[in-house]
Design a binder for this molecule. Structure first.
Ligand code: FDA
Length: 392
């Protein structure tokens, strides 16, 4: 039987941050990871360059059934704390846009930094190791694992959400939560592309790979970023952001001319060049192919002079408030995050400790805290892992 101070289940962003911070406090830490490598999502993230934080991260960038929950941890471990560690390790980085910080080289730099800090603190990290059973004992927790039985005074669940099962995602953290009397709020895929069917799918397939400036609205939110047509439907940052607020059956509204008042712009075009085909005029703001296909899709492939005032208004409505009803989302297969999870009303916002079972902690995405796109989810993983590490 092995005995240690802290067992952390899951060697992702939150688990590694918790491990290195607790180890720096002198705690003996064992990290158990079921897949064959730590930090797989870190490696995949940010298109291989890890958008590791956002300089402007604040509670308003997160949603949860309990919106105040994230405040304390985010205030006590800020983006600047993480940036400090990155700088200390000489990892080169840059701001891409909107406060989003990316590695100049590769995501591996961030993972190596975290693993290096874990090693420095003497963290014992075991991969390919499953936890089969957890029991509460007087002094803490007894785990039955592939490496035998382990006892610990603190047990940290850092198993993440359900997104991308091929990267090691499991529902194990939710099972542990339920075992110890926690509620788990319904989960669904977030930051995920939409799928389409019927004529919209045909349009998306034909335009696959085309990106356009947009403002996308839905669920009381609006995001001004690019959208991307894919062979299954719609993606790109604007769509990923709005997907977290979308419910099946809802429409989203897409403004394809976010820099113009569409009606005024069309009226000006009609007055200036009445003989031009709509596709030619749209070709000035979209790619030629997108202009042609959209004009056909909206049944508006004709010269501008043939549009009545009412038709021009309808067309303007398509351009600045194109209503699209997605067939669904690509689901956990490609989602960046999982919405919902362990109900934070039963967890201390200061320490991440269970209010149901002392010595049990939940950190990172397994909790019902989800950030916007742009480095906010890693910042939550760092901040929550750090908060728990102060007391485990
Ligand atoms: P995470 O999923 O990182 O780690 C959980 C770990 O637990 C995994 O290693 C898993 O294998 C392990 N595990 C699961 N079940 C287990 C079990 N039963 N026993 C032992 N171990 C178990 N965010 C961001 O801010 N910037 C970005 O650039 C990106 N990019 C991005 C790209 C892609 C493709 C994805 C899928 C996600 C992102 N994200 C992101 C989101 C970000 O990756 C995510 O929010 C954090 O990794 C969550 O950190 P956690 O440590 O909570 O879970």
């Amino acid at each position: 039987m092995r005995s240690t101070d802290v067992v952390i289940i899951g060697a992702g962003a939150a688990g590694l941050m918790c491990a290195l911070t607790a180890a720096a406090r002198g705690r003996e830490v064992l990290v158990i990871e079921s897949s064959n490598k730590p930090g797989k999502k870190i490696l995949m993230s940010g298109g291989g360059r890890c958008n590791f934080t956002n300089m402007y991260a604040e509670p308003a960038n997160y949603f949860s059934q309990n919106p105040n929950f994230c405040k304390s941890a985010l205030a006590r471990y800020t983006p600047w704390d993480f940036i400090g560690m990155v700088a200390d390790h000489g990892v080169p980085y840059h701001e891409k846009k909107l406060g989003q910080l990316f590695c100049d080289n590769r995501s591996k730099d961030i993972l190596q930094m975290l693993l290096g800090e874990c090693e420095r603190g003497g963290v014992d990290l075991r991969v390919n190791t499953a936890v089969h059973q957890i029991e509460r004992t007087g002094a803490g927790y007894l785990l039955t694992t592939d490496m035998g039985q382990v006892t610990a005074t603190s047990l940290v669940v850092a198993t993440g959400g359900l997104s991308i099962p091929t990267l090691g995602a499991t529902g194990f953290g939710y099972d542990v939560a339920r075992q110890f009397g926690h509620d788990v709020l319904p989960t669904r895929a977030g930051l995920v592309p939409f799928t389409a069917n019927g004529p919209l799918k045909d349009l998306c397939t034909e335009l696959s790979g085309t990106s356009a400036a947009s403002a996308v609205r839905g669920g009381g939110q609006s995001f001004r970023e690019n959208l991307l047509f894919t062979h299954r439907g719609l993606s790109g940052p604007a769509i990923l952001q709005i997907s977290s607020f979308w419910n099946p059956g809802d429409a989203v509204e897409i403004d394809l001319l976010p820099d113009h008042d569409a009606l005024e712009w069309l009226q000006a075009q009609q007055a200036a060049r009445p003989d031009s085909e709509l596709k030619t005029v749209l070709g000035e703001v979209f790619t030629k192919k997108m202009a042609t296909l959209l004009a056909e899709f909206w049944g508006a492939a004709k010269p501008l002079k043939r549009f009545t005032a009412a038709e021009l208004r309808d067309l303007a409505g398509h351009l600045d408030a194109w209503r699209v009803v997605p067939a669904g989302t690509e689901g956990y297969r490609t989602a960046e995050v999982t919405l919902g999870g362990v109900d934070t009303r039963q967890v201390s916002s200061k320490t991440m400790e269970s209010l149901k079972s002392p010595g049990l902690y939940f950190v990172g995405e397994v909790l019902d805290v989800t950030g916007h796109l742009g480095g906010f989810n890693f910042q939550w993983a760092w901040a929550s892992g750090h908060a728990a590490a102060q007391v485990v």
